[in-house]
Design a protein around this ligand. Structure first.
Ligand SMILES: *[C@@H]1O[C@H](CO)[C@@H](O)[C@H](O)[C@H]1NC(C)=O
Ligand SMILES: *[C@@H]1O[C@H](CO)[C@@H](O)[C@H](O)[C@H]1NC(C)=O
Ligand SMILES: *[C@@H]1O[C@H](CO)[C@@H](O)[C@H](O)[C@H]1NC(C)=O
Ligand SMILES: *[C@@H]1O[C@H](CO)[C@@H](O)[C@H](O)[C@H]1NC(C)=O
Ligand SMILES: *[C@@H]1O[C@H](CO)[C@@H](O)[C@H](O)[C@H]1NC(C)=O
Ligand SMILES: *[C@@H]1O[C@H](CO)[C@@H](O)[C@H](O)[C@H]1NC(C)=O
Ligand SMILES: *[C@@H]1O[C@H](CO)[C@@H](O)[C@H](O)[C@H]1NC(C)=O
Ligand SMILES: *[C@@H]1O[C@H](CO)[C@@H](O)[C@H](O)[C@H]1NC(C)=O
Ligand SMILES: *[C@@H]1O[C@H](CO)[C@@H](O)[C@H](O)[C@H]1NC(C)=O
Length: 629
């Protein structure tokens, strides 16, 4: 192109940009019950996606598919504990590059509805709150408790200034921001806390940005979750009559746009419960009705993704229910980011109400069955304790929690000795259900059984005075929803043998991930053990490809798996329903051997191997709750 033409276009482009920048606005039109974008009536059709559940290399691909589905916005949570892993230590790089993610969303022309908490639920460890808050055990989370507010203030003073340039008014793409999350479902009902948050958000973000709340439909929820000057929205799924649902929103927000901030496309899975599915027709019928009512909607989730590592949370209902590693959610984009039949059906509905981009949807990515890989190298857990816990153990008369020792997740080892000869079986048990959440019991290094929160409170043991007693205690994720998020991990109460309280403990914080990533395989004698906590290592070469795959655990019980040092998450095939873990292809190296490390906590198969399949199995077939007890 000619130079003058080029300059003309650049200048024109610059003028146009300035022109639109001057009128960039996003607000609520109470008179006409809608949002206004740049002064025009606007409705969003949005989908939830969690950057923290998707490897960054795939962010753009997933967002493109959301754009191609006809969405004009995405809804994003920000997990505080992911970005401030230790007090005052912040991380916004790599997987945690929030602004990088926001930039990609903007590139694709999508708007953002941001939900920065500080509490987010999200089926994420402790609902996004850092568990180090519980180092002060009397802290009252999600209230105006000064200890809590101080930590919140500090976090928001780091986070919100990063957000500000991304606001729509400031040339970015964030149109609205949620304050807290379903606060009406929390017992505290502390208006001072919500008022404080409102003031802090306004302080850092200015007075223009639309701030809102989201709550369930019950009147008590709407009473405690809403606040003057925060626009009240609701959340509900396809089983609810949409007209009546929005009547509930109208009780607290008589005028303004109708908004369902979480319309459920699927649902989460718990270990030990059947796999959740939501019928596509039912989901699309509900979506159509919401859109016919002129409402704004966010679909939760549009892509679920994966709870890698130790990040999955747990719910507390009648008992403790940990959430699975997969967060597939039966969402329109699968865990691997592939369009499903549900996605196409949703796109068809959206197409009845607004323009859907022309052009093809990117197809599913190829998957590959790499087959069986044997893991011949076995090392007993206790044989490498010094590698897993390089510092000195803590000495304490009675057990201390993870939080008291500033360990945020994973495992800790509690060691003592038997105070007497025990010739007849005696119950080893924990008071007040104080196993949080699983404890693998070893006597002189031999596996004796597993204690489990709310399920297995005691086992019988025999032994001799001075025998070494070890409890390897596993956190299955801090409770993310319910009346009480103060969910301490480890041994939260005393352990008794018969009627004797055991004392004089050595407590080893464990950093298994660093050992696996840096010092593997360890140079210690191999073990033959197939019961009790042990690491199993093997390696495989790919046939020159690194397609996504799914790893299955034939004959294994319960544990954790790393591939090339990356922690894929928990497996628990004997509990189900999830049988395979998603292995994103980018982890696999096509030119060198890929190392697999499996930590099995209970019983390994006699010939240890894993199986790589080209499809997920999330719904165990031989599934029966009775078998679980
Ligand atoms: C921040 O997080 C990234 C990605 O998870 C990780 O690779 C990096 O080591 C972390 N940085 C620090 C300073 O901990
Ligand atoms: C939903 O509720 C509205 C208002 O109460 C009612 O008119 C309508 O019939 C209901 N729809 C269904 C499918 O039950
Ligand atoms: C989904 O729901 C529709 C409408 O209720 C029903 O006709 C269909 O059989 C259901 N599909 C499945 C797989 O259950
Ligand atoms: C422990 O042993 C006693 C006596 O042998 C038995 O009655 C009891 O059921 C056992 N309890 C457990 C939890 O195994
Ligand atoms: C929450 O749980 C902690 C520890 O179990 C307990 O100390 C606290 O009293 C509980 N708070 C509420 C409001 O139930
Ligand atoms: C454990 O028992 C000791 C001695 O009775 C008691 O002082 C301590 O408070 C108990 N710890 C817990 C967590 O209950
Ligand atoms: C493992 O088994 C082999 C043969 O069965 C035996 O020679 C070896 O001593 C055992 N090693 C350990 C650590 O028990
Ligand atoms: C594969 O391994 C080689 C040799 O260690 C390394 O240079 C390369 O970066 C690795 N590639 C990937 C994708 O990890
Ligand atoms: C599990 O899901 C797969 C794939 O959708 C399906 O083919 C299979 O029948 C399901 N199995 C059970 C037991 O529901």
């Amino acid at each position: 192109m000619g130079l003058w033409l080029y300059i003309f276009i650049v200048v024109l482009g610059g003028l146009r940009f300035q022109g639109t920048a001057a009128v960039r606005s996003f607000s609520i039109d109470y008179k006409n019950n809608c949002f206004l974008k740049d002064g025009n009536k606007f409705r969003y059709i949005s989908g939830s996606i969690h950057y923290f559940r998707i490897p960054p290399i795939y962010w753009k691909d997933r967002l493109l598919k959301m754009y191609m589905s006809g969405l004009n916005a995405v809804q994003i949570y920000v997990p505080w504990n992911y970005h401030e892993p230790m007090p005052g230590i912040y991380n916004f790089s790599g997987d945690r590059n929030l602004e990088g993610f926001l930039g990609l969303v903007a590139q694709l022309g999508l708007l953002v509805i941001l939900r920065p908490g500080p509490y987010i639920c999200a089926e994420w460890d402790m609902g996004g709150l850092p568990s180090w808050l519980l180092a002060e055990p009397n802290i009252i989370l999600r209230t105006s408790d000064p200890g809590f507010l101080q930590a919140v203030n500090k976090w928001l003073s780091v986070l919100l200034p990063k957000i500000k340039p991304h606001l729509y008014q400031n040339g970015g793409n964030i149109i609205s921001i949620q304050v807290e999350n379903e606060y009406g479902s929390y017992y505290a009902c502390d208006y001072d806390y919500m008022r404080h948050l409102l003031a802090v958000f306004r302080l850092y973000l200015g007075k223009e940005i639309v701030l809102f709340t989201t709550d369930g439909l019950k009147e008590s929820e709407l009473l405690c979750g809403t606040l003057q000057d925060l626009y009240a929205t609701v959340d509900f799924g396809s089983e609810i009559n949409e007209t009546r649902a929005f009547e509930q929103q109208r009780l607290v927000e008589p005028r303004g746009p109708l908004v369902n901030s979480e319309y459920y496309t699927g649902w989460l899975d718990y270990w030990g419960e059947p796999h959740s599915m939501k019928n596509t027709t039912v989901v699309t019928n509900g979506l159509q009705k919401i859109l016919e009512l002129g409402a704004n909607v966010n679909m939760y989730m549009f892509q679920g993704g994966t709870n890698f590592g130790y990040w999955s949370g747990a719910d507390y209902k009648d008992k403790y229910y940990p959430i699975t590693t997969s967060y597939d959610y039966d969402a329109p984009l699968s865990e691997a980011g592939d369009p499903t039949e549900k996605l196409y059906a949703i796109r068809t509905i959206i197409g009845k109400f607004q323009l859907v981009p022309a052009g093809p949807m990117p197809p599913p990515t190829p998957k590959f069955s790499y087959g069986y890989v044997s893991l011949p190298l076995c090392v007993a857990f206790l044989d490498i304790l010094s590698l897993l816990s390089p510092g000195l153990p803590f000495h304490s008369s009675f057990p201390l929690t993870f939080e008291a020792l500033m360990q945020t997740h994973g495992f800790m080892l509690y060691r003592t000795v038997l105070p007497d000869d025990i010739l007849q079986p005696v119950l080893l048990s924990v008071l007040e259900n104080g196993i949080h959440d699983l404890a693998y019991v070893l006597l002189n290094g031999k596996y004796k059984g597993t204690l489990e929160r709310d399920r297995v409170n005691a086992i019988n043991i025999t032994g001799q005075l001075g025998d070494s007693l070890d409890l390897l205690v596993e956190s299955m994720g801090h409770i993310n929803f319910g009346a009480n998020n103060s969910d301490f991990k480890g041994l939260t109460h005393n352990l008794t043998l018969g009627s004797t309280i055991l004392s004089d403990w050595l407590i080893y914080p464990l950093d298994i991930d660093s050992a696996v990533a840096q010092q593997w395989p360890p140079y210690v004698p191999r073990s033959n053990s197939t019961t009790g906590p042990a690491f199993y290592t093997g390696a495989f070469k790919t046939p020159g490809i690194n397609y996504d795959t799914y790893v299955k655990f034939p004959g294994w019980s319960k544990g954790q798996i790393w591939i090339n040092g990356f922690n894929l998450g928990r497996f628990w095939p004997v509990r189900g329903p999830q049988q395979t873990l998603f292995v994103p292809g980018f982890l696999l190296n096509t030119s060198v051997l890929n190392t697999i490390v499996v930590l099995e906590l209970q019983n390994a198969p006699s010939s240890p191997k894993v199986l790589f399949l080209d499809r997920p199995v999330l719904n165990a077939s031989s599934f029966s709750l009775k078998d679980m007890k």
